[in-house]
Design a binder for this molecule. Structure first.
Ligand code: SF4
Ligand code: SF4
Length: 145
């Protein structure tokens, strides 16, 4: 299962278009809308968590882009506070992309940021809150741009 939080920006004439519902109908993707806004300049923004197989996810994103929707990642990256990590391995059990894995025989948990899909599962799984999502300035601080 692949999961990612994304930002959709679209012109007003697309507001009533059931694009997000089509992600479910046509591409078997499940979605969770985290935020939906219409800006004064008549542009819409939706932040949603999109989940499915990697192939369905890619096809769904292509569908959105073909409809003229701007699609961006909601988070710049996931970061680990190495001082907090106790190498318990809990995050490796939930990481779908093997960005977090145990290096044997040292039993050290390695974080390969280049493999991270920013799904956020490790953030919830980590008992000492070592994993954190660095939010995108675009959705959290720059809504009037
Ligand atoms: S490192 Fe965390 S956020 Fe990145 S893919 Fe693995 S579980 Fe998801
Ligand atoms: S769950 Fe947290 S403390 Fe445990 S290995 Fe992963 S990042 Fe480190």
């Amino acid at each position: 299962m692949y999961s990612k939080i994304i930002i959709l920006r679209f012109p007003l004439d697309k507001v009533h278009n059931p694009l997000v519902c089509n992600l479910s109908k046509r591409y078997n993707l499940t979605f969770n809308i985290l935020k939906a806004t219409i800006f004064p300049r008549k542009e819409g923004l939706i932040v949603l968590e999109l989940s499915g197989t990697l192939n369905d996810y890619k096809n769904g994103i292509k569908y959105l882009e073909d409809q003229g929707i701007s699609v961006k990642n909601a988070a710049h990256e996931i970061d680990r506070d190495n001082d907090k990590c106790v190498h318990c391995g809990a995050c490796t059990a939930v990481c779908p992309t093997e960005a977090l894995f145990i290096n044997r025989p040292e039993m050290e948990v390695i974080f390969d940021q280049t493999k991270c899909s920013i799904c956020g599962l490790c953030v919830r799984a980590c008992p000492v809150k070592a994993m954190q999502i660095l939010p995108s300035n675009e959705i959290f601080f720059d809504e009037t741009s």
